[in-house]
Design a protein around this ligand. Structure first.
Ligand code: FAD
Length: 116
């Protein structure tokens, strides 16, 4: 079982575009000095499963949708996976969050956006 994550960010707002696609605006407690990511990069979001603690925590990569020069919350467009592969899908936990709830956000970006 994955060990519990220490939360370091807050869900500021969730905008539901459809039943299965939402924008999550997440503000880390401490923002790294800008620019800490480049357009097209992703970072990691995570949650502890509090309904079934035996399942522990889950972390998944998510692409950053807000511009690197923005100072405010970081924006993610997230699709809820209806038929997950794991027993502890992050998207199902995300959909139970309300503004003000806490979350884990690894503010280390990775990935290179390939321009074809
Ligand atoms: C670079 C990158 C960027 C992404 N950006 C976005 C985004 O912007 N928006 C978005 O909606 N989704 C994004 N995804 C997909 C996202 O990371 C999740 O796969 C998706 O949200 C579903 O996760 P889930 O836990 O709900 O579903 P699940 O079906 O439970 O898991 C999804 C995937 O996670 C992997 N996985 C399953 N179990 C484990 C495990 N124990 N350990 C590690 N991996 C496991 C498998 O590959 C599985 O297909 C991105 C993925 C990658 C790789």
């Amino acid at each position: 079982m994955a060990r519990p994550l220490e939360y370091n960010a807050t869900l500021v707002e969730r905008v539901d575009l459809t039943d299965a696609l939402s924008i999550f605006l997440i503000l880390p407690d401490r923002l790294p000095a800008r620019p800490w990511f480049a357009a097209g990069q992703y970072c990691v979001l995570g949650l502890n499963n509090m309904d079934d603690t035996a399942l522990g925590s889950v972390r998944r990569s998510m692409s950053i949708a807000s511009p690197p020069e923005d100072d405010g919350p970081i924006e993610f467009y997230i699709r809820r996976v209806a038929r997950p592969e794991s027993k502890n899908p992050l998207t199902h936990l995300l959909w139970s969050l309300r503004p003000g709830d806490r979350i884990y956000l690894r503010t280390v970006a990775a990935g290179v956006f390939a321009r074809l």
